[in-house]
Design a protein around this ligand. Structure first.
Ligand code: SF4
Length: 475
C-alpha cells in the first residue's frame, strides 16, 4: 500500500531531494542514528512543555479536552488528489472557534539553530493546510520557537496565501520525485553531516569520485568545474594547474593557488599518499619546543547555551612519554561560568608558565582567553598566555595535504592511526550525553564524556607526534 505524503517528507525534500526519496522508500538498514536528531527531539519536547505551561498532552483526545499544547496528532486528507497526512510537531491552543469549542489550534515548530529556514516555514504552511479542515477553523499564524541561554524565543509566522501556494507547488514536486529513481547526492555536502543517510551516501560519493569529496570544493565550485567538463576526482587530478586556474576565475588572484591545492588534494585522495606542502611557521614553533613539557587541551561545550561544561587537560613532561591516567585532568564546569573553575583552569596553565598549549581548532584558545579576561588577568599575562597556544589544525592544513575528505580532529587523527576507545563518538554525541546528564543527573553520562574528552586530548597529542616524526624523517 502506498504511504501518505506528509510534512516530514516535505521537510526532507526541501533539505535534499534524495533524503526525501530515501526516507520514503530507502532501505532503513542503511540509516544511522545521529545525536543531532536526538538532541533536537529532547530539546523540542522540553521547550514544548515550557510553551504549554506543562499542559501538554497527546493526540485528538487532547484537542477535544482543550489542552494548551498537543503533540503526536495525525490528520489525513487529500491534497490536490494526493493522499496526505500531517504530524505537526506541536499544536498550541489559542483563542477562536473550532469544532471542539471556543478555542482553536495553531501549528508550532522548534528550531535548533538561530536561522528560520524554508523547512520551518513550509512545515507550518503544510500543517495549516490540513489542520484547517480537521479542526474546522482558519489558521492565520504559526510559531517558530527556539531557546538560547534558557530564554524561550517565539517568532510569529504569517501563513498567507503566497506561502501556501509555494508549499503546494513543492508538494507536487515531491510527489513527482518519489515516483522516479533515486535522486543524485546533493552538491551541498554540508547538509550531509547531520543526515541519517550519510554513511550510505558517502560510500556512493566515494565510488563515483564526487568532486565535493575534495576538501574546499563546495556546491558552487563543483558546478563550475562540471560546466567546464571536469566531472569527477580522477579528471580533476589529471588537469594541468594552468588550465584549472583559468577555470577557477571566481577565486580571483588566488585561482592558481586553489588549482594547485585541488589537484594535489585529488592526487592524494586517489593514491592514499600524503603530500608535504610548506614549512609552516606554527610547525617551527612546535619543533623548537618539542623537548619541553606540554599542556594538551580540549573543551566540550553546549553552543546553544554558550556553556563549556568540560575542560580537559593532559599535562606531559615530554611529548613521547607514556601516558598514565594521572596525566589527564578533567575540570568540570557543571554550572555555567563559575569563577571557581575559571580560576582553577588559569592556575593550572600558569603552573608551568613556559609550557606551550597544544589544541586543535581555534575554539579552545578563544575560550581560555575569555576566561582569563573574566577573572581580570593582567593584560601582559594574557598576551603571554596567548603566545603559548599552538593550533595543530593550522599546522596540519598549512604543511600537509592528506588523503582525507576533511581536516576535522576525528578524520585527521583516525587517518594517522588513532582510535577512540568508545565507538562512533563525536562532539555532538558528547553534547547528547551532557543533555542526558542534565535531565537524569546520572554520573554514567559524565564518565562517558570524560572518557571521550581524554581521547580527544590523546588524539591531539597523536597528531603532534605524527607531525614531529614526519618532519624528522624528511629532514
Ligand atoms: S547524506 Fe546528504 S545526499 Fe545523502 S540523503 Fe542525506 S543530505 Fe542527501
Amino acid at each position: 500500500m502506498q504511504k501518505n505524503l506528509n510534512n516530514l517528507y516535505l521537510k526532507s525534500f526541501i533539505r535534499c531531494k534524495r533524503k526525501a526519496w530515501l526516507d520514503y522508500q530507502g532501505n532503513k538498514l542503511n540509516k544511522i542514528w545521529t545525536p543531532h536528531q536526538s538532541i533536537e527531539i529532547i530539546n523540542r519536547y522540553k521547550n514544548f512543555y515550557k510553551l504549554s505551561d506543562g499542559d501538554l498532552y497527546s493526540g485528538t483526545k487532547a484537542c477535544v479536552k482543550g489542552s494548551s499544547g498537543v503533540i503526536g496528532l495525525k490528520a489525513r486528507s487529500k491534497v490536490i488528489n494526493i493522499n496526505a497526512e500531517i504530524q505537526p510537531q506541536l499544536l498550541k491552543k489559542v483563542g477562536g472557534f473550532s469544532k471542539w469549542g471556543e478555542y482553536k489550534y495553531i501549528p508550532v515548530v522548534y528550531k535548533l539553530g538561530h536561522r528560520t529556514t524554508k523547512e520551518h516555514l513550509f512545515d507550518l504552511g503544510f500543517c495549516s493546510i490540513l489542520l484547517e479542515p480537521f479542526q474546522e477553523s482558519k489558521i492565520e499564524k504559526g510559531l517558530v520557537i527556539s531557546n538560547f541561554s534558557n530564554q524561550l524565543n517565539i517568532q510569529k509566522i504569517d501563513l498567507n496565501q503566497q506561502l501556501r501556494k509555494k508549499v503546494l507547488n513543492t508538494f507536487l514536486k515531491l510527489n513527482e520525485c518519489l515516483k522516479k529513481s533515486i535522486p543524485d547526492i546533493t552538491e551541498d555536502r554540508k547538509k550531509c553531516t547531520i543526515c541519517s543517510w550519510q554513511k550510505f551516501c558517502d560510500k556512493e560519493a566515494k565510488d563515483n569520485g564526487n568532486l565535493t569529496d575534495i576538501d574546499g570544493i563546495g556546491s558552487k565550485t563543483a558546478l563550475s568545474l562540471q560546466k567546464n567538463g571536469i566531472l569527477n576526482i580522477k579528471e580533476l587530478a589529471a588537469t594541468k594547474k594552468i588550465d584549472l586556474g583559468e577555470k577557477l576565475f571566481q577565486f580571483n588572484e588566488q585561482k592558481f593557488e586553489k588549482a594547485s591545492k585541488f589537484i594535489n588534494q585529488s592526487n592524494s585522495y586517489l593514491s592514499g599518499i600524503p603530500i608535504r606542502i610548506f614549512e609552516n611557521e606554527n610547525l617551527s614553533y612546535l619543533l623548537k619546543n618539542k623537548d619541553s613539557g606540554f599542556f594538551i587541551f580540549d573543551i566540550e561545550s553546549n553552543p546553544d547555551e554558550k556553556h563549556d561544561f568540560l575542560y580537559g587537560f593532559l599535562k606531559v613532561n615530554n611529548l613521547f612519554e607514556n601516558i598514565e591516567d594521572d596525566l589527564y585532568d578533567p575540570i568540570l564546569n557543571l554550572k555555567n561560568n563559575t569563577k571557581k573553575s575559571n580560576k582553577e583552569i588559569i592556575q593550572k596553565l600558569f603552573s608551568k608558565k613556559s609550557w606551550p598549549v597544544l589544541h586543535y581548532g581555534e575554539t579552545e584558545k578563544i575560550a581560555i582567553l575569555n576566561l582569563a579576561r573574566l577573572i581580570d588577568l593582567d593584560v601582559k599575562e594574557i598576551e603571554n598566555l596567548k603566545s603559548r597556544f599552538i593550533d595543530l589544525h593550522l599546522i596540519v592544513r598549512g604543511s600537509w595535504i592528506l588523503p582525507i575528505r576533511n581536516y576535522s580532529l576525528k578524520t585527521v587523527a583516525n587517518w594517522m592511526g588513532f582510535k577512540w576507545k568508545q565507538k562512533n563518538v563525536s562532539g555532538s554525541k558528547a553534547l547528547y550525553w551532557w543533555i542526558q546528564y542534565k535531565s537524569t543527573l546520572n554520573d554514567l553520562f559524565l564518565k562517558k564524556i570524560i572518557k571521550y574528552n581524554r581521547d580527544d586530548c590523546l588524539a591531539t597529542l597523536h597528531i603532534a607526534k605524527w607531525l614531529i616524526k614526519k618532519h624528522e624523517n624528511i629532514n
